[in-house]
Write a protein that binds this ligand. Structure first.
Ligand SMILES: Cc1cc2nc3c(=O)[nH]c(=O)nc-3n(C[C@H](O)[C@H](O)[C@H](O)COP(=O)(O)O)c2cc1C
Length: 142
């Protein structure tokens, strides 16, 4: 098993995810790829972000990722982590979707010490360690 996580900036309002998820389902099932797509939306002026966890055989995951990276519905696609994984985490769905407000991301990352500044949504979405565990946590029992 091979897994990767990337994040990106959404280029517009993606509207309904139905069409995108139908494409994911069709392609990913065929390729044996599963995972989770996180859509992090901002209720004020900031951009919306995607983060995605993809898992399967390495050639299949890399082929799907290469196609996704070309998609104009997002930009600044950045690979955050990739490598062998001990097993499949998302066994029940070719691509699970989770939509959450950026305030949730901020709350989860808020530092405990008063003297430490809170990270921005942008920096959290580019933080490999944080994002990898956040996205992966939507597997199994989420
Ligand atoms: C954020 C995001 C995530 C995507 N995830 C997947 C995916 O998991 N699997 C997939 O096949 N396509 C995914 N796509 C769509 C691909 O970029 C591409 O449009 C699609 O694979 C083309 O499939 P088609 O040639 O069968 O229409 C995603 C697109 C975006 C913007």
């Amino acid at each position: 098993m091979f897994a990767l996580v990337y994040s990106s900036v959404a280029t517009g309002n993606p509207g309904s995810f139905d069409a995108l998820l139908a494409t994911c389902r069709r392609n990913n099932e065929q390729m044996g790829v599963t995972g989770c797509l996180l859509f992090v939306y901002d209720e004020s002026d900031g951009p919306d972000y995607f983060a995605q966890f993809l898992e399967g055989d390495q050639p299949a995951v890399e082929a799907v990722y290469a196609r996704i990276a070309q998609d104009s519905r997002h930009r600044d696609v950045r690979l955050l982590s990739s490598g062998p994984a001990p097993g499949r985490r998302f066994t029940d769905s070719p691509m699970r979707l989770a939509e959450l407000p950026s305030t949730r991301i901020l709350a989860a990352a808020r530092p405990r010490g008063l003297s430490v500044a809170s990270p921005s949504v942008e920096s959290i979405m580019r933080d490999s360690r944080r994002l990898t565990s956040l996205v992966a946590s939507y597997g199994d029992d989420a």
